[in-house]
Write a protein that binds this ligand. Sequence first.
Ligand SMILES: Nc1nc2c(c(=O)[nH]1)N[C@H]1C(S)=C(S)[C@@H](COP(=O)(O)O)O[C@H]1N2
Ligand SMILES: [Mo]
Length: 312
Amino acid sequence: MQVLRRRGWELAEREATPEPVVLGRRAAIAGGAALGVAIGAGSAGAVPVPPGLTPNPRYPAGRALSRETDATTFNNYYEFGSQKNIWRAAEKLPQSPWSIAIAGLVKSPREIALDDLVRQVTLEERIYRHRCVEAWAMTVPWTGFALSRLLALAEPLGSAKYLVFTTRADAKVMPGLQEDWYPWPYTEGLTIEEAGNELAFLVTGMYGKPLPPQNGGPIRLAVPWKYGFKSAKAIVKIAFTEERPESYWETISPTEYGFWANVNPDVPHPRWSQATERLLGGDERVPTRIYNGYGEFVAGLYADKPNERLFT
Ligand SMILES: Nc1nc2c(c(=O)[nH]1)N[C@H]1C(S)=C(S)[C@@H](COP(=O)(O)O)O[C@H]1N2
Ligand SMILES: [Mo]
């Protein structure tokens, strides 16, 4: 299926033609004016980062950290528009109160306040490489906790095979939701085995600070062996299902964005190569690695799936 309308991140960076910038800016200004009251309330309730955390040495990054200003001002967040410069607009997304619904095939479906959830976990710092399907990459110190910890708290039933993550869709502050050909809300999914892998991480901070709204505050996923679109931002619901979910980008373009979306330099996107990636903040390109270099942790998850389309 070919793309019917031009959409920013579906193009590799060097091919990407800017969307009508003026239109995007106007929408952002309109949104901001309408929501003057919300400005400033944004980061108040975000999850504080405990002092003195040091990066978990089990996950060496193997390359320099991206600069914080690069990682926090160049973002993919379609709810706020298809341009990379949505960071100011995203600051209007209230971060507190925030709660997450635990739904579907679990012992007792319920809603957990983020504050309560955080009290039941141990926050740690991990430096992860992040690889966007558009072939740019960054290296970020995240604070958060293992998704496996949430699995334990959720107590899924034996019939649960998948997790479906639903993210905030708040038309009052998200101008992108007016683009109604997109299948809002943004959703993503993992198998329960993937979610239980030690690398799957729920993020509440970066660079030793509460997670900024533009990076998915107050809580997002980091699934570092998969293309970045799997790492859903601003999570409000985690449902356990028996059926494999169809996610946002898969609905938009199933031939280009599948369920598995594991990083692989040898499997090109239908419209560009995935062999190398640009490191955020400069022009340097480095070779892309299978599973984004995390194969020792995750390759075993796929040993029994020779017939699945694992890499797109
Ligand atoms: N809700 C939501 N989550 C999202 C996206 C999005 O548009 N909306 N974009 C994804 C993509 S394509 C990438 S590469 C990462 C970007 O995260 P960053 O802005 O922190 O670099 O977020 C992912 N999570
Ligand atoms: Mo991405």
